[in-house]
Ligand binder design. Structure first.
Ligand code: ADP
Ligand code: ASP
Ligand code: MG
Length: 408
């Protein structure tokens, strides 16, 4: 029996009739080579964004259940159209929604987690020689409601299906030739990386490289499923994301990222005593707010300020909750600032090399870019700068670590 391959085609790869037809041609060549295929598709082009903005025109704060009913439709369109394109080529194929193939999730609308996948239906159709097409980004909750898996969630559908079906390979087909040292749209001289570890990819993705969803990488790491990220427009080799990449020598820095999706919130004049930070961040955590960087000022007369960053989408909720806490603990104003950007430098080689932080800060200083907040992990350094300085900071860091000339 041939290999079982899960392939995910992103929005730009299925954006119009011509591209869908090209995808069908590519799938046909894999079928002719004797492979069995499970195909996951995203919505065509910017369909999901368009559906989101349509909903906001009707109601600025729509119910999350209804949002899922709406935004899950994009993937149904592309999956059925792809099945039709394959039929036209004489390839046997059948499309399904996430619920139809038993992708069972929890009940968190718009951010649901996959609990299990019942693979009987997929296996039955594969055994009959069909290409199985699954609408990405969606599932059915334990309360029998349609759910979606967070933006970029078709990547997660693909990885989870690869785990559940025991696939031999999982390919993420997109509009770039793989993972680059920086977003090639922002840094045209960025270099393609041949291999990257799950840990590095997790940092890159969670710090702004939207090329693959962070949660998809988490699941791939958990089940040790290597991912091949490559272009749907060419046959060129892509990037392999895996547990231990076969590097001859560790590059200290493998990539840099920029995100403009976060905002800074500051709670002023907090009493500096045990339990205050716990109270703030416990409350935010119970509301599923993802706090990233946290900075507490040196306290003066037992009074201090705490600043932290949250996704822009959570700012309104964060301010409301923070004001409530500030009132209860006798703190002052709650301020927010959406004009920030975060640049990050990532590489497993940082574990064994010193001086990366110094090089990063000096490069930004030489370009007169002011650093407002800093956070580090074992394999990354992130700096918050003014939003208008973000793209320049990314360029400066890419150059400072010689990534323009990197052989990765
Ligand atoms: P898809 O629709 O296939 O899911 P996305 O738009 O989600 O595609 O992701 C692909 C895009 O990710 C690329 O067009 C690229 O601009 C962007 N990107 C950001 N950072 C990187 C990176 N480090 N390497 C490659 N692409 C990146
Ligand atoms: N269509 C969804 C989105 O735009 C899911 C995906 O493309 O992966 O977020
Ligand atoms: Mg994507």
């Amino acid at each position: 029996m041939g290999k079982l391959i899960v392939q995910k085609y992103g929005g730009s790869s299925v954006a119009n009739v011509k591209r869908l037809t090209n995808v069908a041609k590519r799938i046909d060549s894999y079928v002719k080579a004797g492979n069995r295929l499970v195909i996951v598709v995203s919505a065509m082009g910017d369909t999901t964004d368009e559906l989101v903005s349509l909903s906001k025109k009707i109601n600025p704060s729509p119910s999350e259940r209804e949002m899922d009913m709406l935004i899950s439709t994009g993937e149904q369109i592309s999956s059925s159209l792809l099945a039709m394109a394959l039929h036209k080529k004489g390839v046997e194929a059948i499309s399904f929604t996430g619920p139809q193939v038993g992708i069972i999730t929890d009940t968190y609308h718009t951010q649901a987690k996959i609990l299990k996948i019942e693979t009987e239906r997929i296996k039955k159709e594969l055994a009959q020689g069909k290409v199985v097409i699954v609408a990405g980004f969606q599932g059915i909750s334990t309360a029998l409601e349609i759910t979606t898996l967070g933006r970029g969630g078709s990547d997660l559908s693909a990885v989870a299906l690869a785990v559940a079906t025991g696939a031999d390979m999982c390919e993420i087909l997109t509009d770039v030739e793989g993972i680059y040292t920086a977003d090639p749209r922002l840094i045209p001289e960025a270099k393609k990386i041949s291999y990257i570890t799950f840990d590095e990819m997790l940092e890159l993705a969670s710090r702004g490289a939207q090329v693959i969803q962070t949660r998809a990488v988490e699941v791939a790491k958990k089940f040790n499923i290597p991912l091949n990220v490559r272009s749907s427009f060419s046959k060129k080799e892509g990037t392999i994301i895996m547990e231990k990449a076969p590097y001859i020598e560790e590059a200290v820095v493998r990539g840099v990222t920029l995100t403009e999706d976060e905002a800074k919130v500051t709670i002023c004049n907090l009493p500096d005593k045990p339990g205050i930070a716990a109270r703030i961040f416990d409350r935010l955590a119970t509301e599923n707010i993802n706090v990233d960087m946290i900075v507490q000022n040196v306290s003066h007369k037992k009074i201090t300020d705490i600043s932290f960053t949250v996704p822009k989408a959570s700012v309104a909720k964060t301010i409301k909750l923070s004001k409530g806490i500030a009132k209860r603990v006798g703190a002052g104003e709650v301020l927010f600032d959406e004009s920030i950007a975060k640049v990050s430098v990532i590489g497993v080689g940082m574990k064994s090399h010193s001086g990366v932080a110094a090089k990063c800060f000096s490069a930004l200083a030489r370009s007169k870019i002011n650093i407002e907040m800093i956070s580090t992990s074992e394999i990354s350094i992130s700096c918050v700068v003014r939003k208008r300085a973000g793209k320049g900071a990314l360029k400066v860091l890419h150059k400072a670590f010689d990534l323009n000339a990197a052989k990765l």
